[in-house]
Design a protein around this ligand. Structure first.
Ligand SMILES: C[S@@+](CC[C@H](N)C(=O)[O-])C[C@H]1O[C@@H](n2cnc3c(N)ncnc32)[C@H](O)[C@@H]1O
Ligand code: SF4
Length: 368
């Protein structure tokens, strides 16, 4: 049995028995390799601080690759990095490893198109505008005509080689583009995307673009309708569609609270007010814990953010460590990771992201 299958079986077993300290390794890794980028998107906080993943962590990742089911390479812009081409080819040697690359698509030259279309991977291009004006306003420094040219070229080679590459689109929904929410699916269909993932803007970088905070009922209501239309279009076009956009339930207008990950800080404050007894109670693994967990990520995944901070998933409110000071595998079973596992088994309130707890984030994004 190969290492990845062995690890998967052990991992399933450990989840079933609700183990807190795991012998299995993560099955999925989301790794930010650097914050270097050739664009300056208005909402992006990643590129504000210079950071490169230390070589020791890159070496740890190489050791971990044979055990992983999937890896997601993030930046900055990974196609800009000198060491990424070699890392990508090395990862391909692990036949059952699924690779996902997230890119702005600007640097898709012949060499990259050739390598990508030879591989059975998922290649994501982030697109937040459907015309030159909105695209270049949001993705400052990127060019709409280059984007279209590169996608067309990639698609020509995909078709010619009958490539297994799956093309995915990432779209951050914000004030400047929410009216086009469903039209992104038409674009995805026109340009042969297989998958679309839409997410809300987070962070304080562009506060006027953030429609998810404050009293924006009319906008959120319109956006909810557009998400429904997008879902229908995606079904008709046979495109896989995921989103983490908070949706309004129309019949509860008076009580509606728009919850998204911008409330991370709020949750932290509430948690700090908890008594020690509350904390101790939650740390004892309850025998009546539910059979199925509301989230599996702390048993399955590690996410390395820009700056080296690690979380089980990108929506998780609390970090579990930093690769600058700890190894990946010591973080995997450290106290904070154990805490996530215990809280999920017992009571994730005031710990995990409210959108996950309230099921506003689809289960697909909480299970690998
Ligand atoms: C940081 S980028 C790195 C990869 C690549 N440079 C790109 O643009 O796709 C990863 C993803 O995060 C998204 N992103 C950037 N800033 C964001 C924000 N403030 N809120 C939500 N998503 C954001 C990008 O649109 C992109 O899909
Ligand atoms: S291209 Fe990606 S990493 Fe670069 S600024 Fe835009 S979102 Fe950030």
């Amino acid at each position: 049995m190969d290492k990845v299958t062995e690890n998967l079986l052990l991992n399933e077993e450990e989840i079933k028995s609700k183990k807190i300290v795991l012998e299995s390794y993560p099955k999925r890794l989301i790794a930010t390799l650097s914050t270097k980028c050739n664009s300056r998107c208005i909402m992006c906080e990643v590129v504000r601080k210079k950071w490169d993943m230390p070589q020791k962590t890159l070496d740890e990742i190489k050791q971990l690759l044979p055990y992983l089911q999937s890896v997601n390479w993030q930046g900055g812009e990974v196609l800009l990095l000198d060491n990424f081409y070699e890392l990508f080819l090395e990862s391909l040697k692990n036949k059952s490893l699924k690779q996902t690359i997230v890119s702005n698509g600007m640097l898709l030259n012949d060499k990259w198109i050739d390598a990508l279309t030879d591989a059975d991977i998922e290649f994501t291009i982030s697109i937040d505008g459907l015309n030159k004006e909105i695209y270049e306003k949001i993705r400052y420094g990127s060019k709409y005509d280059v984007l279209l040219k590169n996608i067309k070229k990639l698609n020509e080679v995909r078709k010619r080689k009958n490539s297994k590459l799956r093309l995915k689109m990432h779209t951050v929904i914000m004030r400047s583009n929410y009216k086009d929410t469903d039209k992104f699916i038409d674009f995805a269909n026109e340009y042969n995307f297989d998958i679309v993932y839409m997410m809300p803007i987070w962070g304080g970088q562009q506060i006027d673009e953030n429609i998810y905070i404050g009293n924006n009922f009319d906008i959120m209501s319109e956006l909810s309708d557009k998400i429904n239309i997008a879902e229908k279009k995606a079904r008709d076009y046979n495109i896989e569609f995921f989103h983490s956009i908070p949706i309004i339930k129309k019949d509860v207008r008076s009580d509606t609270t728009i919850i998204n990950e911008n409330n991370k800080n709020e949750q932290k404050d509430v948690d700090e007010n908890k008594t020690e007894v509350d904390n101790i109670k939650e740390n004892i693994v309850s025998e009546t814990a539910t059979e199925s967990l509301f989230c599996y990520l702390p048993w399955q995944q590690l996410n390395i953010d820009p700056g080296g901070e690690v979380r089980p998933g990108c929506l998780c409110s609390k970090p579990v460590g930093n690769i600058e000071t700890e190894s990946i595998l010591s973080i995997w079973n450290n106290e904070q990771m154990q805490e996530y596992r215990k809280r999920i088994i017992n009571n994730p309130k005031n710990w995990c992201n409210n959108d996950c707890i309230n099921n506003n984030i689809k289960m697909d994004l909480r299970k690998v």
